[in-house]
Design a protein around this ligand. Structure first.
Ligand code: CP
Length: 314
């Protein structure tokens, strides 16, 4: 059985809820020796702060050792080694590979050639399933449910892999999506078709103001992905399209939470950080527990084993 995590679309509702339960167990007790003797490799062909460090913290707090690189310039890829050969080599050393790559489909390819599980830590503008697990865990913690929520996605919906993954995962939970983006960065037709095929309601907006977002449960802000633009003039034109200002929260529901995968550039006014609606830093913190669950699941460790684990360090 291939235990790789390439796309969250492979997961059923039951599997997502199972992983939420496992993340919650890790939040109670993040420090354990459950992975003692295991080696986790983190191969980051693209820059990262949160994803790499939270995966590495997740592994370290469970007693695993971590190898890898944060910059492909220090690897033999610069001498011409292929992705396949790199993956085959690292599989000799590690029990699991967490990989971020700039090419869409790289994680799928790696999972097909690797003898060890691959966890997709982001492949181009395609998918970011581990981010989605922490997003879902954050939504569950703040809303008390995953069902029947109004989820507003704002900003770069074209290149933002986090919104693509979240959209697919939420198909099990009867959401209503609202897409707010400039024309150049609109949600791709592929994902709108996906919504239609799965009976997911969505509304597209151009306005971004207090009235438009008044019934939001989740406001998912995103950064314009500069690194995906071939034309930087176009980036300059759209980069500040949607800035969330504090006065736009005047009609917000009490349960509203603002999420952002981060890094933030110019999407959320800093004064919002002090409001009860801001949840993006806690969201990133939840990444530790969600990624502990994902590593364990990929290594075949069950929720039952986590619950009965007697290696907890108090
Ligand atoms: N959310 C996210 O993927 O952040 P990093 O790029 O810092 O890993």
């Amino acid at each position: 059985m291939n235990r790789s995590l390439v796309t969250i679309a492979d997961h059923t509702r039951e599997k997502i809820e199972y992983l939420v339960d496992m993340a919650s167990e890790f939040e109670k007790h993040p420090n354990r020796r459950l992975l003692e003797g295991r080696v986790v490799a983190t191969l980051f062909f693209e820059p990262s702060t949160r994803t790499r460090l939270s995966f590495e913290t997740a592994a370290n707090r469970l007693g695993a050792r971590v190898i890898g690189f944060a910059d492909p310039k220090v690897t033999s890829g610069t001498k011409g080694e292929t992705l396949k050969d790199t993956i085959m080599m690292v599989s000799n050393y590690a029990d699991i590979i967490v990989m971020r790559h700039y090419l869409e489909g790289a994680a799928r390819y790696a999972s097909e050639v690797a003898p060890v599980p691959i966890v997709n830590a982001g492949d181009g503008a395609n998918q970011h399933p581990s981010q989605t697990m922490l997003d879902i865990y954050s939504i569950y913690k703040t809303q008390g449910t995953l069902d029947n929520l109004n989820i507003y996605m704002v900003g770069d919906l074209k290149y933002g892999r986090t919104v693509h993954s979240l959209l697919m995962a939420m198909r099990h939970f009867n959401p209503t999506f609202h897409f707010i983006a400039p024309d150049e960065l609109a949600m791709p037709e592929y994902y709108k078709l996906y919504c239609k095929e799965h009976g997911i309601r969505y509304v597209e907006h151009k306005d971004f103001d207090a009235n438009t977002i008044a019934d939001a449960d989740i406001l998912y802000m995103t950064r314009v992905q500069r690194e995906r633009f071939s034309d930087l003039v176009e980036y300059e034109r759209v980069k500040d399209s949607y800035l969330l200002k504090r006065n736009m929260l005047s009609r917000a529901k009490d349960n509203l939470k603002i999420l952002h995968p981060l890094p933030r550039v110019n999407e959320i006014e800093y004064s919002i950080d002090e409001t009860p609606y801001a949840y993006y830093f806690q969201q990133a913190g939840n990444g530790l527990f969600a990624r502990q669950a994902l590593i364990c699941d990929a290594l075949g460790i069950t929720l039952e084993e986590v619950k009965n684990d007697n290696t907890i360090i108090y």
